[in-house]
Design a protein around this ligand. Structure first.
Ligand code: 3H9
Length: 678
């Protein structure tokens, strides 16, 4: 097999090119080729400078993640970086696409970095539960300062080439159309000058002069980093770069990196990396399936959901016609979309021009006829089968043939909705999560008759609007809400048996969820689906509604809320729950935190197993993707199915049996065979 690394001479410049699709990951053969190329340049007196560049869509996007966990094969990435930096001849990294992780570390080891304006640079290792492991945490702060290095190492978001130039990570921006030529000219201009080595720089004195920056950074990002191990290791490593020699700092980085690499968090996050990409693939689609072009989208309903859905398309530059029944509802919906964009602009995440251009793509309407030319129409009216069928009947009559008709239903039967049309093949579920302009998840619901090209379109479109999609079959609540209902059942039961409702919430918070089921109820509104008759009270929720405890919006629900929306458990609610328990004759007892956790989470795993058994999800990892992106399951445990694999399926089975809860055949048989889900 030929090497992915080739070299060519351009006068006295050696151009080293990597061609390792799709993303030029730094696998063993790439590393070997790079090291050999540097040795070749050193041995050849006619060579005066070196340019390292990549073919294809990107500069090196990092270490090859598929090699992680396997026996290491040299040369290692730190060795390659050291060899590059040690060169006496100037080495220039010519960057396009994304220089990420190990790719950015290669660039940091080069003596110069030039980039096209569209390029991005970053150290996203933290998103895999790691820190950079090829001296990135030591070279970057020495080059750009500790304060500028912290967000790159600890948060892991890439920066634009322009921003990289501003902080000193990139030396020069070059013409987008001529990176190779520009890089060679730049390299030529450095011949004969002493080479600047990042490891010898000391621009990170800022962290030594003011060590508070590390704690301040930690405090500022506390919520975002809660529960994750890698960010703290990243802060420690950047701090060490200011306190230790380069060699000692590298040792420190290696120790931190190795500990993370062998831990469960990184295994879970690497699982998630591949799970997210797998979820976008549908196994049984014909290879030549062509997505349908989507140039215009219609949305039925300009309420919170419809408006949020519309924003996804507007932000991606896709025109939207939004329909309401009444002018005032339409005006309200349009005004909310504008307000949301303006708030984003106020926070500096959008320019006023971008707000106007997004709003310019929005056409509010009261007429179905105006949707006739849409390629996709998404219905977001309230959850009632008759209403939805009526909408679909009308859409089928008014929207052009070949257009996709989608429902945003969160639990209704897509196949039944499709019967209202003469085009069931073009009907699909697109279940967005609230707030729909923010939440990453899109459940794509595949009906019995949904065509392959319609599904392929949904998956492609989800990427275009920045969503993470997973496919579900038709079943009540699909993947996410179906599993959620099992958790809620247990939560309701636990508080009847004597568990305090705030303890139930706290157990999930400690597990890593952003909130528990009762906090979630308060946030969404306790009165969702309430019949509005205070004299008819059969559930705790109805009892809360009857006394005006509608949730956060009313200042009280399960909890009392202060001005800052801080929650305090309520005596009134405690009494309501106690009265229910007495009436139902449920004996009261102390319920341990362990029991709460197991009874909330194990039934979800069992339901996930049933979903797999029935073929409602394509793979266990899709369920993990749904729960991490739609319901705040902590990423660092890898999602419910990966978490169950980690603790052992036999543990889950015996736990369910201990509480007298059902165990499905699929879960039991895998546990008995000593297998995992993933
Ligand atoms: C690291 O560098 C550690 C070092 O500090 C220390 C070492 C000692 N490896 O995302 P896409 C695959 S850690 C292997 O759909 P896009 C991906 O699975 C690494 N495979 O494309 C997919 O495969 P498939 C730090 C990789 O255009 C295909 O490539 N770097 C890797 O939407 C296309 O990917 C990162 O964390 C990899 N590193 O986005 C960067 N990367 O077609 C991770 C991708 O079979 N990568 N694949 O499904 C990314 O963020 C995105 O892939 C990127 C392109 C932005 C580059």
């Amino acid at each position: 097999m030929s090497s992915p690394i080739s070299t060519s001479r351009q006068g006295d410049i050696l151009v080293v090119t990597s061609d390792n699709p799709p993303v030029n990951a730094l696998g063993q053969r790439v590393r070997e080729g790079l090291k050999a190329a540097i040795e070749q340049a050193a041995a050849d007196d006619a060579i005066k400078a070196i340019v390292i560049r990549c073919e294809g869509r990107t500069f090196f996007a990092g270490a090859d993640i598929t090699e992680f966990g396997k026996p290491p094969q040299g040369p290692s990435l730190p060795e390659v970086c050291a060899a590059i930096e040690a060169s006496d001849k100037p080495v220039v990294a010519a960057i396009h696409g994304t220089a990420l992780g190990g790719g950015c570390e290669i660039a940091l080891a080069c003596h110069y970095r030039v980039a096209v304006p569209s390029a991005k640079l970053g150290l996203p290792e933290v998103k895999l539960g790691l820190i950079p492991g090829a001296a990135g945490t030591q070279r970057l702060p020495r080059l750009v300062g500790a304060e500028a290095a912290l967000p790159l190492v600890v948060i892991g978001n890439p920066v634009s080439a322009k921003q990289a130039q501003k902080i000193g990570l990139v030396d020069t921006l070059l013409d987008e159309a001529d990176l190779a030529g520009g890089a060679a000219t730049f390299a030529k201009s450095q011949i004969g000058k002493p080479v600047p080595r990042t490891s010898e720089m000391n621009n990170n004195r800022d962290g030594v002069a003011n060590p508070d920056i590390f704690d301040e950074f930690r405090a500022k990002n506390g919520r975002k980093l809660r529960g994750f191990d890698a960010p703290n290791a990243g802060i420690e490593a950047v701090r060490a770069a200011g306190e230790l020699s380069f060699a000692e700092g590298v040792k420190k980085e290696r120790a931190l990196f190795s500990k993370l690499m062998t831990g469960t968090q990184s295994a879970a996050m690497r699982h998630y990396f591949f799970a997210e990409r797998a979820a976008n693939k549908i196994d049984d689609l014909a290879a030549d399936t062509k997505p349908i072009p989507i140039e215009k989208v219609g949305i039925i309903g300009a309420g919170t959901m419809g408006g949020g859905i519309a924003m996804n398309f507007l932000s991606a530059g896709i025109p939207v016609n939004i329909l309401e029944m009444k002018q005032d509802a339409l005006d309200r919906g349009t005004a909310t979309i504008r307000k949301n964009y303006e708030n984003t602009a106020k926070r500096g995440r959008m320019s006023p021009e971008q707000v106007e251009s997004a709003m310019g793509l929005l056409t509010p309407t009261l007429e179905y006829g105006e949707l006739a030319e849409c390629d996709l129409v998404i219905e977001a009216v309230y959850e009632n089968m008759d209403v939805k069928k009526e909408v679909f009947r009308t859409l089928d009559e008014t929207v052009k043939q070949g257009a996709i008709l989608a429902s945003n239903t969160s639990y209704l039967d897509i196949d039944e909705i499709a019967t209202a049309t003469k085009r069931p093949g073009y009907v699909v579920g697109l279940h967005f999560f609230s707030p729909a302009n923010v939440m990453k998840l899109l459940e794509v619901v595949r009906g019995a008759n949904t065509r392959d090209d319609v599904l392929a379109t949904a998956m492609k479109l989800s990427k275009a609007i920045g969503k993470v999609a997973a496919v579900s079959g038709v079943c009540p609540g699909f993947i996410g809400n179906r599993m959620l209902s099992k958790r809620q059942e247990q939560a309701n039961q636990l508080i009847m048996e004597g568990a305090n409702y705030w303890e139930v919430d706290d157990v999930l918070l400690e597990f890593g969820f952003p909130m528990g089921p009762f906090q979630m109820g308060d946030l969404a509104g306790i009165d969702i689906g309430w019949h509005r008759d205070p004299s008819k009270v059969t559930t705790v929720r109805e009892a809360l509604c009857a006394v005006g405890r509608f949730g956060q919006k009313a200042g009280k629900g399960f909890y009392d809320y202060d001005e800052a929306r801080q929650r305090t458990p309520s005596d009134e609610v405690k009494q309501i729950i106690a009265d229910f328990a007495t009436r139902s004759g449920t004996p009261q007892r102390d319920v341990s935190k362990q029991e709460i956790e197991e009874r909330l989470l194990y039934p979800m795993v069992n339901e996930g197993a049933k979903i797999l058994e029935e073929g409602m999800a394509q793979r266990a990892s899709d369920i993990d993707v749904v729960w991490i992106n739609g319901y705040g399951w902590p990423l660092y445990t890898g999602g419910p199915m990966f978490w169950a694999d980690t603790i052992g399926l036999d543990t889950v089975v015996s736990g369910l049996e201990k509480y007298g809860l059902p165990v499905c055949d699929y879960l039991r048989s895998r546990a008995e065979a000593g297998k995992t889900f993933n």
